[in-house]
Design a protein around this ligand. Structure first.
Ligand SMILES: Cc1cc2nc3c(=O)[nH]c(=O)nc-3n(C[C@H](O)[C@H](O)[C@H](O)COP(=O)(O)O)c2cc1C
Length: 361
């Protein structure tokens, strides 16, 4: 990953996690402290929580940070400085929610809701969902431009790259997903057409930031409202999905799964991250339940998580199935998770429990 590759102190990545702690979209002092603690605790690369791009339709949750107001840009500069002090790199995750508007988002009825097709998001019940407006070609080009501006703002701010959020059923994934994309134009129908919006976003970001500034692309099979959904069913389809993204300028793929060790496709033990690495020949970030017994979909269940060792992860690394490993929930509860895991002090880890989401820092 050139700069990211050479400069990373290890393969540990903090996964992007929305915390809804930035009133007015501004990452304040507490946010700098939150990320700095994880950097100090040994994380090599931080991917920030989702950051709204500059379009009135992009946000869907309360107190999400942005990357365009002067106050937010100043806030990010402080976050970057606090993280770099520990030799850790940091990239923002650029986010547009599409038709997902949380009932807790105060502006949900005040701001426009746009999506590939006018279909309520499958993750929201009928009374909570908002029927989105189908994006016109002008909406599409305006939103692509907003991604590119955000990418340039990230570069000018001093970030070490960007991640484009193409996962979990948000806008870009709504174009990929046949349940939310019923378009009849060049952005709908075949897999090639459904990937087109994402490739145009990547290409516009690449043009904005030039070569050498890293672009990470996150995608997933699972979606909010569809934990067992499949975007691609075979390695051949995966190749058809990845190739245009590679051609558009993706440097690194972040393969979001619920359990990192699960086989990507039946008939082979290779993980989805392993398949992506094999097919794309690009560096790959693996993620999903590293260090924990429960997975993301069990977040709101009563199931108690226990801390797990990383022997399986280390085996997959030696097999060449991934380059970097992202950790989400475990790092919320214990900023020293990396340090303790690397020095085999698993019993000293403060294990993630869902109520930990209520606290910050
Ligand atoms: C509180 C919370 C917020 C999250 N927010 C985001 C987000 O903004 N963007 C994203 O791509 N994934 C988000 N995720 C998913 C995580 O990045 C990660 O993929 C998931 O938690 C699985 O990793 P883990 O098992 O190590 O927690 C979030 C997860 C949690 C727990």
């Amino acid at each position: 990953m050139s700069k990211i590759n050479c400069a990373l102190k290890n393969y540990w990545v903090m996964a992007p996690m929305t915390r809804s702690q930035c009133p007015g979209g501004v990452p304040h002092k507490g946010v700098a402290e939150y990320y700095s603690k994880r950097a100090q605790g040994g994380v090599g690369l931080i991917i920030t929580e989702g950051v709204s791009i500059n379009h009135p339709s992009s946000q869907g949750y309360p107190d999400v940070p942005n990357i365009h107001t002067p106050e937010a840009l100043l806030g990010w500069k402080n976050v970057i400085k606090a993280v770099h002090k520990h030799g850790t790199l940091i990239i923002p995750q650029l986010w547009h929610v599409g038709s997902v508007k949380s009932p807790t988002y105060p502006d949900r009825l005040l701001k426009p809701t746009l999506a590939p097709s006018s279909i309520a998001h499958p993750s929201l019940s009928a009374e909570k969902a908002i029927l989105p407006k189908e994006m016109s070609e002008l909406d599409i080009s305006n939103i692509i431009e907003a991604y590119a501006s955000a990418a340039l703002a990230a570069k000018n701010c001093g970030f070490d790259g960007i991640e484009i959020h193409g996962a979990h059923g948000y806008l870009i994934d709504q174009f990929f997903w046949t349940r939310t994309n019923k378009r009849k134009d060049k952005y709908g129908g075949s897999l090639k057409n459904r990937v087109r919006f994402a490739t145009e976003v990547v290409a516009a970001c690449r043009t904005a930031v030039g070569n050498g500034f890293k672009i990470v692309f996150r995608f997933s099979q699972w979606k909010l409202g569809g934990y067992d959904e499949k975007l691609v069913h075979t390695p051949e389809e995966l190749e058809a999905f990845l190739t245009p993204l590679c051609n558009a300028g993706v440097d690194v793929f972040h393969v979001s799964t619920r359990r990192y060790y699960d086989p990507g496709f039946s008939g082979s033990p290779l993980t989805l991250a392993g398949w992506v690495k094999k097919i794309s020949k690009k560096p790959v970030i693996i993620v999903g339940s590293i260090g924990l017994s429960t997975d993301f979909s069990e977040l709101n269940s009563n199931k108690k998580s226990t801390s797990m060792g990383i022997e399986t992860l280390e085996k997959l690394y030696l097999e060449g199935q991934f380059d970097l490993a992202a950790v989400g929930r475990a790092l919320i509860s214990d900023p020293q998770w990396v340090e303790k895991t690397e020095s085999k002090r698993i019993n000293e880890i403060k294990t993630f429990q869902t109520q930990d989401l209520k606290t910050y820092l």
